[in-house]
Design a protein around this ligand. Sequence first.
Ligand code: GLU
Ligand code: ZN
Length: 467
Amino acid sequence: MSKIVTRFAPSPTGHLHIGGARTAIFSWLLARHYGGEFYLRIEDTDLQRSKQEYTDSILASMRWLGLDWEGEPVYQTRRMDLYRQYVEKLLQSGNAYWCSCTSEEVDAMREKAKQLGQKPRYNGHCRDLGLGPGPGHCVRLKIPHEGKIVFDDMVKGRIAVDVGELDDMVIQRADGTPTYNMAVVVDDHEMGITHVLRGDDHVSNTPRQILIYQALGLPVPTFGHVPMILGNDRQKLSKRHGARAVIEYESDGLLPQALVSYLARLGWSHGDQELFSRQEMIDFFDGKNLNPAPAAFDPAKLEWCNAHFMRQLPLEELASQVRPFLERAGFAKISKERLLPLCVMFRERANNLAALAESFRPLLVPAAELACSEKDAKKQFTLKGRDHLEKLKAILAKTEPFDAASTDAALNAYVADNNLKFKEVAPPLRTALMGFMGGSHLNEIMDFLGRDETLARIERAIGMCPE
Ligand code: GLU
Ligand code: ZN
């Protein structure tokens, strides 16, 4: 097989959303699977709505997702001369013509066609007039009078469209700019694209683009139109469904590998495997098994997926990934020696990096600043609770060395010697140390806090108990 070349072609009119991200992932995977090339093209010809900040944001999201591309991104606005050259070729070969019809005239033709029960279309008025360029003149493609455009879509299977359904479309506007379909064909050809994967909102453009390829005598790439991602209620996906821009997932503390694995599964399958490493996706994604039915976005499953990847991450990497979130939570200067045990204690309990960083908070603030749950304090800081805390305080003051093993032994001895149950003793201690009934193993917490901080927290809790 010859080399597979794909691209992702976002319009920089907003941040990268999960629908676009999934299209990008598929295109990237197809190229990587076959050892091909993947390019990025910024479709910025809509000058009103395109913004540099969105281009920057899309590129940043692509990098964050790990979707690397070949060379520099191609910007359509920098290629206007190229598009004009191709339009010129079509004029020269008689496959395109100048049209002087005003938009009112074209509207009237469309209206008339509708009244005749036909598709609204341009009636070919200028097709054989032999007009040249002039103010207000656009260029139209001279399409065949009859025939079928047939292509085998990678997702939807065979698609056939009657040429009679189409009309002599504009390829260059009166202001000299190319229309969307013209620019895309020129770019995809010039960039050597062999496989075009895109959202199925573009499927009706494809027969028009194929007509342009044919008129230019160029090979037609393979197309694949990926269905939309819907919300859980099968409605058009929106914020309401918990869908967010890729940069928002980043700041929520999702791992990029989790988002990539989750999105790849939306509309693609490999047996019933749910979670994929990057390499597995590259190995398995061969462009088949793409589902023509729209997939539904499930935020809970994404979170589950993220929790899985967080658990898989080597400890040191998890620590360095959580650091920016810790800084954001106000803990800038935590040494690695302190950060690693925090990650060990809490990694199983958090579903994203932001939540993980936040779960460290009770162990990082000084005793006096520890937030205390009113509900848990009321339940645990009782007369009985006070008694346990006072005795534990005396024991822990003398426990040597003050580490996880000996604090554990001390705690167990206190329970056994006094004929108590662990679940009578642990809750008041836990609430004293964490400020609420959560956290990790008590001995690990105490080991992390050290003796002084442990005793200070117990002391403070005793002060909150009735006398
Ligand atoms: N710029 C188009 C979009 O964002 C992509 C079109 C294409 O991939 O051909 O929907
Ligand atoms: Zn005309």
